[in-house]
Ligand binder design. Sequence first.
Ligand code: FMN
Ligand code: SF4
Ligand code: SF4
Length: 288
Amino acid sequence: MKVFYFSGTGNSLAVARDLALKLKAEMISIASIIYQEKINIGDNFGIVFPVYNQGIPYIIKRFVQKLDNIEKKYIFSICTYGNNPGISLKYLASEIKKIGGNLSCGFAVQMPYNYVTPSLTLKKFFKSFTLREIPIEKQENMFYNWKNKLEEIYEYINNENVGKIETKAKVIENIIDFLNLREVLQKRVWLKIGNFKGKTNLNFLESIQLYDHAFHCDDNCSSCAICKNVCPIQNIEIKNNKPIWLHHCEQCFACLQWCPKEAIQFGEKTKNKKRYHHPDVSLKDLIN
Ligand SMILES: Cc1cc2nc3c(=O)[nH]c(=O)nc-3n(C[C@H](O)[C@H](O)[C@H](O)COP(=O)(O)O)c2cc1C
Ligand code: SF4
Ligand code: SF4
């Protein structure tokens, strides 16, 4: 059994690690193998990933497209999410189906939210996005709930049970899909929040790579290059002792959340907001 994971702030890594330990499975970082042309797993496997925009990260789609020979495999998935897992598991299932596989089961685990969210003000909406600060007690509650749920998920997967998909599309999400609003509306809104000013033919999922136009670094930067090293897909270079972003971003927020000087900002409202990463995951765990 293998457990593949993608993680920016450690939530999905912690979940993958806890489960892999119980299943006696090998843990593999998706970012470390994404540049392979084909990925032949030869084993039953699982995919652990964070929910992005109620769907899957772009890297997860690319990963699935590279999988070879998965027709008769037992495949499970766990998504970690902040407040709404949306239809991420449905999307994943349909990507797996396209290459002849079948998602055997899927679970959703709530973890602290690590992305930006609009502030209450409607004034300058596009510039109002800030970090959500989750109280420590709430975070600890989520970690506690995960440890309780782990046993149930482990039993289900270890027995190779089939059929449970924990997230369901809400009516509104089906309507959004039916009207193609992600492409027509959501893409434009997010490109604006991501401070991208040009034109692009990329679709909604792919266009996330351009939101890094909103990243910048302030005078607190000590030129330590942690942001460059923690970036899972080498989207950061250090130039003149400061990071620059190369516009093939996954928006995992690792650079912003792990910067020891809190010097990386996204837009105008993240300065002096508390940073987050999973307390049991170290920088070394993530970079490995
Ligand atoms: C680009 C991006 C988009 C996100 N979108 C959602 C979302 O639609 N719904 C949600 O509940 N959480 C969302 N989140 C929060 C993450 O899914 C959640 O915090 C996750 O546990 C982070 O996992 P990680 O620490 O392994 O990166 C988003 C996070 C990022 C970075
Ligand atoms: S991690 Fe922060 S302090 Fe270090 S180089 Fe990057 S921006 Fe500067
Ligand atoms: S640039 Fe930052 S947000 Fe983008 S992929 Fe790299 S670490 Fe993640």
